[in-house]
Design a protein around this ligand. Sequence first.
Ligand code: ADE
Length: 240
Amino acid sequence: MKINVLTLFPDMFTPLQVSMLGRGLEDKKWELNLVNFRDFTSDVHHHVDDTPYGGGAGMVLQIMPIKKALDSLTNKGKVIITAPQGKTFNEKMAQDWSKEENLTFICGHYEGFDQRIYDLADEAVSIGDYVLTGGELPTMSMIDATVRLLPGILGNAASPVEESFSHGLLEYPQYTRPADFEGKKVPEVLTSGNHQKIAEWRHKEALRATYLYRPDMLVDRKLTDEEKRMLEEIKSEKEN
Ligand code: ADE
């Protein structure tokens, strides 16, 4: 997968070039093409923004450098613009995007985009109901969530399927040594060696975490008979 990023701050993107994603780059599991759209300006001062028509505070990013930067790309694939008013990013979108050959992100900075820039993108996507100074951090989050799903990026190939959101439940609690930390003990079942019991316990605890912290995730989820039984137990355990 090749990901293009149109940004005024390519230097901000180092977090994607270290650790697992960095190794993925070295191993050519994915490619990152950072494009500074200031390079596509034609005036001597390399302006990328201008004052808003109609007046008002702040500056507005102009369409021309972004359009030219997009046109310079051979394979754009899906074009995503980051904006607080876009639809909220989630794991399902990461899964869909991870199947694409190419993706292109447009990062805004400063006050905002000329409205016509949105027409250059296939979708506007937000990472949540808060406003950041630019689209770089949202883009990095979305790239991280997408690229980690590509084959060969995570050490353990089975891990993306087992975790939060991918099966509609939060993750079950995990423990490692010591078995007893200042009186806080690891649940006995995990040291029992009984794999069937461990799997059942994990399933129930994933359901418990979801019921307690993200009950909204259970609304549209079809529970199996086993899960319905577990949920009844969880509710009665909560009452007692
Ligand atoms: N740009 C500024 N804030 C943003 C947000 N919350 N999501 C995506 N892009 C943004």
